[in-house]
Design a protein around this ligand. Structure first.
Ligand SMILES: *[C@@H]1O[C@H](CO)[C@@H](O)[C@H](O)[C@H]1NC(C)=O
Ligand SMILES: *[C@@H]1O[C@H](CO)[C@@H](O)[C@H](O)[C@H]1NC(C)=O
Ligand SMILES: *[C@@H]1O[C@H](CO)[C@@H](O)[C@H](O)[C@H]1NC(C)=O
Ligand SMILES: *[C@@H]1O[C@H](CO)[C@@H](O)[C@H](O)[C@H]1NC(C)=O
Ligand SMILES: *[C@@H]1O[C@H](CO)[C@@H](O)[C@H](O)[C@H]1NC(C)=O
Length: 708
């Protein structure tokens, strides 16, 4: 299965010019291929550039998820997907001519002799249809067109390996092939299932599925990688045979293959459709009142009683799914292009990744029927750790939820509210997350979750109000008023002078009196004033409002550098500064707690730095230290930054060229050829190299400038 893994033919770091194909809108660090849930997350790593048939697709961690594709044209075999070596068979690589991505699709066009091949990966974004959005499947389609006007015979082949079923390739898998209902489906799973467990972030239970319509000329085979691939390369079809020698994933690598004979083609064919998916049931263990655990399932079960009926519906829906995807892509493109083309590209690359960290779940009624009135969305933090519904990860992702369907945000908060309202969480501030290891949302009854007291309390208040403002739905505010008031009281005592603690940027370490963290807490109090107004308690509203206002004026004195030119990173340290991205929430909620002079101060500071960088403005000794080729550092402690916070800052500055500087910096980073990871939100501003995070849902925050 492994064989060649030609990572790149381009020696130097960088840059689109070195690619031998055209890339629209640019060549990203990794292309999303099948990205729908925390466990269906397969990408094509790029670095300086890798064609779809130069490298193996990988899970978001970088571990290979074997996925191969061949096409035969007039009897000659070409690979188009993956990097297989097949002894005993001869093929060449189809030549990749172009790549493109939108919010839902990644598309690769190849030349295979006299035929052009279009290979498209569609991971649907269906935010307002909870059944469809919860389906853990993704499409690959392949179509062919003659380029010389003549007719050519074409056969198309693809397989997946058992690497889709586990994070440990030494474990034994078993498999089966279902040929009923006009569909060919291979199913593969660990022989010893470990419910709710992970190895290397892969699920250790559930099954992977690879399917295609069983149309005329469709064939299948399961067996060792070299055997099965050579069979197709040599014969252009598969023998409809099954290998039942169940064995380890890496023992003569069993693969699950499907092929179509398209016959003689001239004009562009209708696409051959494949679907790949990973299903677990139940999906989540969730703590409920009294210490019990509730097992929750993906929402789609309320409509489909079995995986075969689900796959049949999913494959049958392809044409409509494609139309919906195109409509969604166009809307995003048109909305985001109003800011800039670079911005539209960043947003398009972010949406699948962000929503692909989530799962929509329901519970069962006592009679065993599905309870679709009980919806909770779960989000895996991904890469920074495996926490469930981390509040300060949902918070940066919030803009993608507001943009696509605010109800998804409500359902993400619901699990957090309900758990804390059960009284089992002992701290007076908001919990950090619902459980240390996805998919166990089993809470923190010992109160020893990663403490971010001001950060998470402020985040919960801000998101609760934001959802209510956007939708007019006050249900959470009414049901959980006591919790919201509890967190507000905590902020009243702890946000103006924040104790030594971490913020969401925990990698930067703890610090007392963080200017930006105080902003978060004060906005939280201001948000509660609005919440009390919505709930009809004018006197409480007035109290919180006056506290917030008075804190803002006190904060200004603490937080401004002695020369009055900028905000500090922490009170009293005039030499320090940082991105004050928490002001974004003041704009989002339209509270206007912080005076315009603060934004202008920040704006003029940043204008200095960006223009200094551009070489057109007088330098100051201080801003010299912050101007960097790939953006503005997070703060004075380091030269790294966060893409989400840069975009939030871009959204609140009042100067268009400065806004564009932030946006262009993020685009420069994710297209600079130095990373082969799914969109990393943490990177180095001096040279555009990646830091540790990848594939995180927080890139949903890249929609921040869009939703203000
Ligand atoms: C395959 O493994 C599953 C457990 O994951 C088991 O339920 C099933 O019976 C096994 N199938 C065969 C054919 O051994
Ligand atoms: C979730 O909890 C179950 C039961 O305690 C355990 O077996 C499993 O390993 C846990 N999963 C993770 C990812 O830690
Ligand atoms: C205002 O709210 C604070 C914090 O909850 C509380 O301590 C204080 O008593 C309230 N003041 C009034 C006048 O209600
Ligand atoms: C935090 O700031 C306040 C107000 O300036 C100051 O009184 C306090 O000593 C500071 N705390 C720390 C730990 O620096
Ligand atoms: C507002 O809250 C206060 C304190 O809990 C309570 O005394 C008062 O009755 C409430 N007013 C309204 C209009 O609900």
């Amino acid at each position: 299965m492994r064989g060649l893994s030609v990572l790149s033919t381009f020696a130097c770091a960088g840059l689109a010019q070195a690619l031998s194909w055209s890339a629209t809108p640019f060549n990203p660090a990794a292309f999303p291929l099948a990205v729908k849930t925390p466990y269906l997350s397969t990408w094509l790593p790029q670095g300086a550039g890798a064609a779809l048939n130069d490298a193996w697709p990988t899970f978001w961690t970088g571990q290979i998820t074997g996925w191969a594709g061949f096409v035969k044209v007039d009897g000659k075999a070409y690979s188009f997907l993956g990097a297989p070596a097949v002894s005993g068979a001869t093929f060449t690589k189809a030549v990749q001519k172009s790549t493109s991505f939108t919010s839902t699709q990644s598309t690769f066009v190849f030349s295979a002799g006299p035929v052009d091949l279009t290979v498209s990966f569609l991971s649907p974004i269906e935010p307002t249809d909870l059944v469809k959005q919860s389906i853990p499947f993704s499409y690959m389609t392949v179509s062919a067109a003659s380029t010389d006007g003549a007719s050519h015979t074409v056969q198309v082949y693809s397989d997946i390996s058992a690497e889709w079923a586990s994070g440990d390739n030494g474990l034994t898998v078993n498999w089966s092939t279902d040929t009923s209902n006009s569909i060919l489906t291979h199913k593969v799973q660990l022989a010893n299932q470990a419910a709710f467990s992970e190895v290397n972030d892969h699920s250790q239970y559930g099954s992977a599925y690879y399917s295609t319509p069983n149309s005329v000329g469709a064939t299948y085979q399961t067996g060792g990688d070299a055997t099965v691939r050579a069979q197709f390369i040599n014969n252009g079809k598969l023998p409809n045979s099954q290998d039942t020698n169940f064995r380890a994933i890496n023992n003569n690598w069993p693969v699950f293959a499907l092929a179509h004979d398209l016959g003689s083609i001239s004009s562009k064919t209708t696409p051959v459709i494949f679907s790949v998916g990973h299903v677990r049931d139940p999906a989540i263990r969730y703590i409920v009142a009294g210490g019990g655990v509730q097992l929750r399932s993906s929402y789609f079960w309320s409509q489909y009683s079995s995986v075969p009926t689900l796959i049949s519906a999913f494959l049958g829906d392809y044409n409509n799914a494609l139309s919906r995807a195109q409509a969604f892509d166009s809307k995003v493109q048109s909305d985001a292009s109003k800011i800039s083309a670079d911005y539209a590209a960043i947003v398009a690359l972010s949406i699948r990744q962000s929503l692909g960290s989530t799962e929509i779940t329901i519970s069962k009624n006592s009679d065993g029927s599905w309870n679709t009135n009980d919806v909770i969305v779960f989000m895996k933090e991904i890469s920074s750790d495996g926490n469930v519904n981390t509040v300060d990860v949902i918070f940066p992702a919030w803009p993608v939820l507001l943009y696509t369907n605010p109800a998804l945000g409500k359902y993400l908060l619901e699990g957090l509210f309900r758990y804390q309202a059960s009284g089992q969480y002992p701290n007076k501030w908001s919990v950090h997350d619902l459980g240390g290891s996805y998919p166990n949302a089993t809470g923190h009854n010992d109160g020893k979750d990663e403490a971010m007291p001001v950060e998470e309390s402020g985040n919960m208040l801000i998101m609760a109000l934001s959802y209510a403002q956007k939708t007019g739905d006050l249900a959470h505010l009414k049901t959980y008023t006591a919790l919201l008031e509890q967190w507000t009281s905590f902020l009243v005592s702890d946000s103006l002078i924040p104790a030594n603690q971490i913020s969401t940027d925990d990698f930067a370490g703890p610090l007392a009196n963080q200017t930006n963290l105080a902003i978060k807490g004060i906005i939280g109090i201001g948000a509660m004033a609005e919440i009390e107004k919505l709930l009809g308690n004018a006197s409480k509203a007035a109290n919180y409002s006056s506290i917030a206002t008075s804190y803002v004026s006190q904060w200004q004195k603490y937080a401004t550098s002695s020369d009055g030119k900028h905000l500090t990173l922490s009170y009293g340290n005039s030499a320090s500064w940082g991105l004050s991205y928490n002001l974004f929430a003041d704009k989002l909620l339209k509270l206007n707690l912080f005076p315009a002079s603060i934004y202008q101060m920040r704006t003029s500071s940043f204008i200095h730095s960006s223009f200094t960088h551009l070489g057109t403005f007088a330098e100051t000794a201080w801003y010299k230290t912050v101007q960097q080729p790939y953006g503005v550092p997070l703060d004075t402690r380091h030269t790294y930054t966060k893409s989400d916070w840069q975009i939030w800052t871009a959204g609140i500055v009042t100067d268009t060229s400065l806004r564009d500087f932030f946006i262009t910096s993020v685009k420069k980073w994710v297209s600079d050829g130095l990373s082969s990871q799914p969109f990393g939100d943490w990177y180095e501003t001096t040279n555009g190299s990646p830091q540790g995070f990848r594939a995180r849902p927080v890139v949903g925050g890249h929609l921040g400038a869009l939703i203000l």
